[in-house]
Ligand binder design. Structure first.
Ligand code: GTP
Ligand code: NA
Ligand code: MG
Length: 430
């Protein structure tokens, strides 16, 4: 049957690459937003999804006059972190996307997480486009705001063109074993050169994951979901992974953010009776406050066995639980969602850090978490510690911790936790 615009789903595009290559900035440039400057330490530490409607892409590519026939309703773009601890989020991102943009800093060439991203993409056979970003940093670059790249290149001096060719050639030499062909688009996330080309290449390519738990005023607890396949309806029975086991509930409301805004940005929402993939969606339902962000969401179909689905929903927690030290001695680790928790556990396990973990929690630090961490006061005093990342500490929990002598270290940048913990240990030794 002839495919019409209505029955094609939007492709999912994942942005990957080494830290600070400009992944978030590129998205900001396309959206006309400023998410990157609002990030703690300028670092992306979670997955973020944005929906680009077809109209917007059409507008941004019109100068290329290519027949940018958009057969899809739009494009769902997923941002990922570049810091090394976040392999899990890059892996998740590359696992759910149809196509990827691999961002490379033209001044730095191939870097460790560029290679890691390449390997993830190759492993899954995912096609990708290389955005050779920060061309505006070539010495003497003449800014041609938001211009197609060939037009911008024509404006450049011989020296700029030479430096560009030299850096491009280096990239080829350093990536000899790749052997495959892929598109490279020079871009600048600051002045916008090459962005039309990048979008056009994406257009020329034409099939569930819980992102985070948040309370939206008026809707109770909601979860952010990237719908990769199929359709969701109001009233569908769903199963998600929870701290105390699988949560079975019913969708009360299906909400989406206005287009061109990232799901994590606050705002008003559009209501839907049903939603088709691929989109970033907010789901309101009872019992979701204990849902573990970063895990899959299952819809219970008429022919499905509920017990099988409940078991499948808990799979994602297995790897996290396997990180708890068998000796029972270690710090207590708490994070906002599963992804950052996995990243934090990964970081604590690395040889340079090597801190044992005895317990984990997701969401704000409550009294029960302090109680669990306090068990270490008797065993190993320095471990009577909660390392908390990107979460709030409930005032009663703080009070209890102070009374009992449990230390709470809280940060919005994972890497700072180690320094704080190390200083604490050195302090105890004195
Ligand atoms: P992580 O998410 O932490 O891995 O970084 P990222 O890849 O998202 O990079 P980000 O967008 O945070 O940009 C890193 C820095 O590079 C910021 O200071 C940006 O302003 C700068 N930057 C990004 N793109 C460009 C560009 O095209 N040109 C120039 N000159 N600077 C850029
Ligand atoms: Na950054
Ligand atoms: Mg970023």
């Amino acid at each position: 049957p002839q495919e019409t615009e209505e029955n094609l789903r939007s492709p999912i595009c994942c942005i990957m690459g080494h830290v600070d290559t400009g992944k978030t900035k590129l998205l900001d440039c396309i959206r006309g937003t400023n998410v990157q400057e609002g990030e703690a330490g300028g670092i992306t530490q979670r997955i973020g999804a944005t929906y680009f409607p077809a109209d917007n892409i059409r507008e941004r590519t019109k100068e290329l006059k290519a027949d940018a026939k958009l057969k899809v309703p739009g494009l769902l773009v997923v941002d990922t972190p570049g810091h090394e601890s976040f392999t899990n989020l890059r892996s998740r991102g590359s696992g759910l996307c149809d196509i990827a943009i691999l961002v490379v800093d033209i001044m730095h060439g191939l870097e460790p997480q560029t290679i890691e991203s390449l390997n993830l993409l190759k492993m899954r056979n995912t096609e990708f486009i290389v955005a050779l970003n920060k061309v505006d940093r070539l010495y003497g670059w003449k800014v041609c705001r938001n211009s197609p790249i060939q037009k911008a290149m024509k404006q450049q001096s011989k020296d700029v063109k030479n430096e560009f060719s030299m850096r491009l050639t280096q990239l080829y030499y350093n990536n000899r074993e790749m052997g495959e062909t892929f598109s490279i688009v020079p871009t600048s996330a600051i002045s916008g050169e090459g962005i039309p080309d990048l979008l056009l290449l994406l257009v020329h390519w034409t099939q569930n994951n819980v992102l985070e738990v948040k309370v939206v005023e008026g809707h109770g607890t909601t979860i952010d979901v990237v719908l990769v396949n199929g359709v969701l309806h109001e009233g569908d029975q769903i199963v998600v992974c929870g701290m105390q086991g699988p949560i079975v509930t019913t969708i009360r409301a299906l909400l989406t953010q206005h287009p061109m805004k990232e799901l994590r940005v606050k705002g008003t929402y559009l209501h839907h009776k049903q939603i088709k993939a691929a989109q970033g969606i907010k789901i309101a339902a009872q019992g979701l406050e204990h849902a573990i962000a970063g895990t899959g969401l299952y819809v219970v179909g008429a022919d499905d066995e509920l017990e099988d689905i409940k078991e499948a929903s808990m799979e994602d927690m297995k790897s996290v639980l396997s990180r708890i030290d068998k000796s029972g001695e270690g710090v207590y680790v708490q994070a906002s969602t599963l992804g950052p928790l996995e990243a934090l556990l990964e970081f604590l396990k690395s040889p340079a850090v090597n801190i044992a973990v005895s317990g984990i929690g997701i969401g704000p630090v409550h009294k029960k978490d302090v109680m669990k961490a306090s068990v270490m006061l008797e065993k190993k005093k320095e471990y009577a510690t909660i390392l908390a990342f990107d979460v709030k500490v409930n005032p009663e929990a703080r009070e209890l911790a102070d009374d009992m002598g449990v230390k709470i270290f809280i940060t919005d940048v994972i890497y700072h936790l180690f320094d704080q913990f190390k200083a604490h240990i050195d302090n105890l030794k004195e």
